[in-house]
Design a protein around this ligand. Structure first.
Ligand SMILES: Cc1cc2nc3c(=O)[nH]c(=O)nc-3n(C[C@H](O)[C@H](O)[C@H](O)COP(=O)(O)OP(=O)(O)OC[C@H]3O[C@@H](n4cnc5c(N)ncnc54)[C@H](O)[C@@H]3O)c2cc1C
Length: 374
């Protein structure tokens, strides 16, 4: 039987799109070259922050609210440990426009948050030494999604075929050269999109190398997710997680690394990256300055020049849809992205100009330094 839709890519965007299309009663095949949330995939990381703060970009705040409902549902129905509701703490420099706009947007959208003075930051989070003049935003409903496990849980319900699909002049073809036949296609291939559609994306999606470090927590429980929130240090462009599942505290820099190929990238972290993370700990979390490195990960962002997602139809093939451009912040929004795309495909939802292919521009020079300010 010819499926209504073939979804290629079982990361957060593809798996949730397949889920929504199935909920709408469609016959959907979901396939992935390396399996759901694999080690190369952006969704294959241990954990991802879910936050509602997005500066003035209200659509992403609203996507978080909707996504949180569906992540909570997934966790409640399958495994409550897929989401840790530990909250998200923003630490912002004094005159930070992005953080000010975040406060406005959270207020406008009715999102619960607390605004914290420098003194409140100090007394509440004594393990954190904020830069002078800092202030904070605490989102109590945010937290940490156990990314790989969550996607594998979702994919387990959908069943994923392990299959590489290429785009050719004849349309989608499988590895053995046979055509992949379906009513419509969704390419949710994250950092692979520029390789799959070089003519379309050339320099519009850039895949950057990102390093993640896990530092061993002290034996006592003071760094568990029940004790400390995920944090985003806006001025330093570092972020982190408490000791989730006893894997250590995760610390990473959000600055975009060099361009890489997700198929062939050797995932060995650099000595400079480790030193930068250690220096950060010395400045901001001095009690962990000498904590041992217990695990590492090298992953990639799939950035657009503005950090906005790409969710649109192929300009020459209306039966082909593309979802990607997660830009270092897309995981959390998989449920809302899938809902948006499935509605667009079914002709029942309006298009958002921000997500259109037409709005995507080529990178100029180095492109933006990081994700949080976009
Ligand atoms: C270090 C790091 C930290 C991050 N932190 C956060 C965070 O805290 N919060 C947050 O919300 N987001 C975060 N992100 C971003 C987020 O992880 C990504 O935006 C999101 O996971 C992208 O999902 P995706 O489904 O688009 O891509 P992917 O997860 O990469 O999935 C694409 C899938 O397509 C498959 N595929 C590719 N080509 C083919 C082909 N030809 N045939 C078949 N299958 C194919 C791949 O195998 C892969 O499984 C972070 C990313 C990184 C790297």
């Amino acid at each position: 039987m010819i499926p209504d839709v073939a979804v290629i890519g079982a990361g957060s965007f593809g798996a949730w799109t397949a889920w929504h299309l199935r909920q709408a009663g469609l016959n959907v095949r979901l396939m992935d070259a390396y399996g759901a949330a694999n080690s190369r995939a952006s969704s294959g990381g241990e954990s991802r922050i879910i936050r509602a703060g997005y500066g003035a970009r209200e659509i992403y705040t609203r996507f978080t609210l909707r996504s949180l409902e569906l992540w909570r549902q997934l966790a409640a129905e399958n495994d409550p440990t897929l989401f840790h509701g530990c909250g998200v703490l923003w630490i912002a420099p004094q005159q930070d426009a992005f953080a000010q706009e975040t406060v406005e947007t959270l207020r406008n959208c009715g999102v619960r948050f607390e605004r914290l003075t420098e003194r409140e930051l100090e007394s509440r989070y004594s393990w954190f030494r904020a830069a002078e003049g800092s202030w904070g935003i605490f989102e109590p409903d945010g937290g940490a999604l156990m990314a790989r496990r969550a996607i594998q849980t979702l994919a387990g319900k959908l069943s994923v075929e392990r299959r590489m699909v290429r785009w050719s002049d004849q349309g989608p073809v499988c590895e053995d050269g046979s055509r992949l036949v379906a009513g419509a296609y969704v390419f949710a291939c994250g950092p692979w999109l520029p390789k799959l559609f070089p003519g379309l994306f050339g320099n519009k999606i850039r895949t950057s190398r990102q390093e993640v470090f896990f530092f061993g927590a002290p034996p006592a429980a003071q760094f568990g997710p029940e004790r400390i929130p995920c944090w985003i240090d806006v001025g330093e462009k570092f972020y982190g997680f408490g000791d989730l599942e006893n894997r250590g505290l995760k610390v990473a820099c959000d600055r975009h690394g060099p361009v890489v190929d997700p198929d062939t990238l050797e995932r060995v972290p650099s000595a400079e990256g480790l030193q930068a993370a250690r220096d950060y700990l010395s400045r901001r979390i001095p009690c962990l300055a000498d904590a041992p490195l217990v695990e590492t990960r090298v992953c990639q962002y799939e950035n657009t020049a503005t950090g906005d997602y790409l969710i649109d139809q192929h300009p020459d093939h209306p039966e082909v849809w593309i979802a990607g451009g997660g830009s270092g912040h897309g995981f959390k929004h998989g449920p809302a992205v899938g809902e948006y795309l499935s509605r667009r495909m079914l002709g029942s939802g309006p298009g958002e100009p921000r997500f259109s292919l037409a709005s995507k521009v080529d990178f100029e020079g180095q492109g933006p330094e990081s994700t949080f300010y976009r």
